[in-house]
Design a protein around this ligand. Structure first.
Ligand SMILES: [Zn+2]
Length: 378
């Protein structure tokens, strides 16, 4: 279909704001998404989606799909997460001018309820204006804030799309996250030998001193432009009169470069082992990959497609790399070409969190336009 013949998308600003307010009024910390889940399942069913709740151990994802009238068009996946960082209990918000912000002692929950509101408004517009489109899949994940748990447990066999838009990034609408790092987390359990600190300290090996030497020696902070390392937790010791037997040290390394990540990780573990050995102590190491890096190439057609969607909406697309992980890492890891779009949410994870209503509207336009114009994507 010629672009000029396409129907214009008319976003209902008032309805969109009220959808968003309804969402933030439903408390949904990680692992307590049930109430919000029920609300969303009803809304997506009302929009003619087939909705399933995919349960796994502590919580669930919502998978909703809708057949489109355009049969030769590829399916497109839209996604956001329903859990919020705490606190959101008893949220109080204010709409001042064109901004919605939290007042008082909670976050707003625009992370990531702005995404869900934009997807819902876009789908409502498609339906009420009878706009032709291909098949749409929507995944609303849970416990994203606890380490992408919903996405990691998503039953990817149920997903047909090879292209996805995750809406879970901050800053003004137009920002497209095209690269994110791999993150590994690790745990060093340093084991020395306990002894009475006043009577026979020479018989002891202080796990705290050994851990301190290790911590002082390993790479930390910003390693290079795309690599960071941090030790975030240290726990150990029992009493001042005991040479401490055990210390637990927990840290992480992130990098966009797999080789750098491996080198930093190996350096940390080698130093830990050799320093412990030098002092007659032991170190037990556990490590795991939390998520894997992705980098969408500048020549990726789906990226060019989204750039054109933004430009058509007179919004300047901006490609950025991030230091954080998101569900987009997991989707990309499963072979779905996934871009993480900004919803316009600002100062997330803080009590100053806010969103401009114009950004809520723009995000909805982008989602609706992407679904409508995906017919052009070959
Ligand atoms: Zn988020």
């Amino acid at each position: 279909m010629l672009k000029a013949m396409r129907k214009e998308l008319i976003i209902n600003r008032k309805r969109l704001v009220s959808t968003f307010i309804d969402l933030i009024n439903i408390n949904s910390p990680s692992f307590e998404e049930d109430l919000l889940g029920k609300h969303l399942e009803k809304l997506f069913r009302n929009l003619d989606f087939r909705v399933t709740r995919q349960r796994f151990d502590r919580t669930f994802n919502i998978i909703a799909s809708k057949k489109g009238s355009l049969k030769s068009v590829r399916p497109l996946l839209l996604s956001g997460h329903m859990d919020t960082i705490e606190p959101t209990e008893g949220i109080r918000y204010a709409i001042k001018g064109k901004v919605i912000r939290s007042i008082g002692e909670t976050v707003l929950g625009a992370d990531d309820k702005s995404a869900i509101a934009q997807i819902l408004e876009a789908m409502t517009v498609m339906k009420e204006q009878d706009i032709a489109h291909g098949d749409i899949e929507v995944v609303i994940t849970s416990a994203e804030e606890k380490g992408l748990i919903g996405a990691k447990n998503l039953d990817f066999k149920k997903i047909r799309s090879r292209h996805a838009l995750v809406l879970d990034s901050g800053g003004p609408v137009g920002r497209i996250v095209v690269a994110a790092p791999t993150q590994i987390s690790y745990e060093l359990r340093v084991v020395g030998r306990p002894a009475h600190a006043g009577i026979e300290p020479e018989k002891g090996i202080s796990a705290i001193r050994v851990a301190s030497e290790i911590i002082a020696a390993v790479p930390d902070g910003r390693i290079d432009e795309v690599t960071t390392a941090n030790i975030g937790i240290i726990r150990g010791g029992t009493a001042t009169n005991v040479v401490p037997k055990e210390v637990m040290v927990k840290g992480e390394v992130r990098s966009h470069e797999p080789a750098t990540l491996r080198a930093i990780r190996d350096d940390i573990f080698d130093k830990a082992m050799s320093m412990a050995k030098n002092r007659g102590a032991k170190v037990h190491i556990k490590a795991q990959e939390e998520y894997r890096a992705f980098r969408i190439s500048g020549s990726e057609p789906f990226l060019a497609f989204m750039d054109s969607i933004f430009l058509d909406a007179r919004i300047k697309p901006e490609h950025t790399a991030t230091g954080g992980g998101s569900d987009a890492n997991i989707f990309n890891q499963h072979g779905i070409v996934t871009l993480n779009l900004s919803t316009g949410m600002q100062k997330v994870h803080s009590h100053d969190e806010f969103i401009h209503i114009d950004d809520l509207v723009n995000g909805s336009i982008i989602v609706a336009a992407a679904v409508r114009d995906f017919a052009d994507f070959k």
